[in-house]
Write a protein that binds this ligand. Structure first.
Ligand code: NAD
Length: 378
């Protein structure tokens, strides 16, 4: 594969293949851009990851840090494997990965889909200093338990509301919400939005989707997921194939699962007036363009889901010791709200997609940092 095809003026600075046959470790590290500081990014484990996904996620991290005003570049690791493999096998794999990356001090590792704080603790135990998302006892900030990303998603929903062309008098109370991917981010976003009296009418996970126009019980769905069940085990709703989630009638649609779930060929099915991207790169550019042309507001991933990176950055700088968690959530609230507003105002004023406005915001900050470097991206 020609990996140089990803190269543009912003990165990637390095793409590194990691391979250790004795434990069947196959992984890729992409360090995208280091102008703002050491690259920070998650380790994603899934059987179907790719170099391209890794690069696009690393670039998203570059933009996310720049937009949120954090002193970090962007990077990402993908590990090819099933995260549900037996624990001893996973521990060997993660420890081997930590050893393979010990000469990459520009990269700070964090958990992502398929990895957890336990994996980060193993990495720390192998001697890595650049690792965040640790258990609280090791100085970690409990990003998932706090629901920092979902808290930010809720802020983005609230801040975006005036830009969506909803009829006069429309408020979040009774607004119909659909969530694709009722996992950590999706479930907590449903919870935070329910505190504003929105009505969750649809939810999905890998096994399928559930819909009830009268509303689903968010706490009950979260309980089901916590006991290892699926949203399709919810008894008071109609069950569909998971792809049907895109057809559900609603006001606000929140993708919180995988990349590229909404594309040019299925975007026409979306019914919402507002899409807030909890997941990373859940919509293709073409899908976002279609929504823009049809008056649907879409708050891009690196603006809406910046909660976790704000926490990770705080943890890296010893935040767990110096700040109470509510202070960190207040920072998430302030940054996500301000950026959502800035992006949607620029989008309206310049008649450009919200993603283009968000890119301008992030790239202005990034280019400023790049202009002070001896080289540009590292
Ligand atoms: P998670 O594993 O807890 O939840 C993902 C959920 O999506 C699961 O319930 C899974 O069953 C479901 N899912 C997977 N593929 C699906 C599909 N095709 N259709 C419907 N459902 C599907 O993961 P998470 O931590 O909630 O992360 C979700 C997304 O948000 C990812 O894209 C991740 O990169 C992004 N994200 C997460 C955080 C964070 O703080 N956890 C921060 C920023 C971005």
């Amino acid at each position: 594969m020609d990996i140089l095809r990803f190269a543009d003026k912003y990165g990637p600075a390095k793409i590194i293949q990691i391979h250790e046959p004795s434990v069947n470790l196959k992984a890729v590290l992409v360090i995208d851009n280091l102008a703002l500081g050491r690259a920070l990014g998650g380790i994603r484990m899934a059987p179907d990851v790719s170099v391209e996904e890794c690069f696009r996620l690393a670039r998203t991290m570059t933009l996310k840090h720049a937009a949120a005003g954090l002193p970090h570049g962007g990077g990402k690791v993908v590990v090819f494997g099933d995260p549900k493999m037996p624990r001893p096998d996973k521990e060997r794999l993660i420890r081997a990965l930590a050893c393979a990356l010990e000469n990459e001090p520009e990269f700070i590792m964090a958990p992502d889909m398929g990895t957890s704080e336990e994996d980060m603790a193993w990495i720390r135990d192998e001697g890595a200093e650049g690792v965040v998302g640790l258990p609280a006892g090791l100085g970690g900030i409990p990003v998932d338990k706090m629901g920092a990303t979902a808290w930010g998603v809720r802020q983005a929903v609230e801040a975006a509301l005036p830009y969506c062309g909803f009829p006069a008098g429309f408020s979040l109370e009774k607004a119909r919400v659909v969530i694709q991917g009722f996992g950590s981010v999706g479930g907590q976003a449903a919870h935070f939005l329910a505190t504003l009296k929105t009505v969750l009418v649809g939810a999905s996970d890998t096994r399928g989707a559930v819909y009830n126009p009268d509303g689903l019980d968010v706490a009950e769905l979260i309980r089901l997921k916590e006991t290892g069940k699926s949203v399709v085990d919810y008894p008071k709703g109609k069950i569909f194939e998971r792809e049907a989630i895109i057809d559900f009638d609603c006001d606000i649609w929140i993708p919180a699962a995988r990349p590229d779930v909404v594309r040019e060929e299925n975007v026409q099915h979306l019914k919402a007036k507002l899409v807030v991207e909890g997941a990373n790169i859940p919509l293709t550019y073409g899908a976002e363009k279609y929504l823009y042309e049809h008056g649907v507001v879409c708050v891009p991933d690196f603006i809406a889901n910046a909660g976790a990176v704000i926490c990770s950055s705080a943890e890296y700088r010893g935040g767990a010791q110096t700040q109470v968690l509510s202070q960190i959530l207040a920072i998430v609230e302030e940054k996500v709200r301000r950026n959502t507003k800035l992006v949607l105002e620029e989008s309206a004023a310049q008649k450009i997609l919200p993603r283009e406005a968000a890119m301008r915001l992030a790239l202005t900050r990034l280019e400023q940092a790049m202009s002070c470097k001896r080289w540009s991206i590292y």
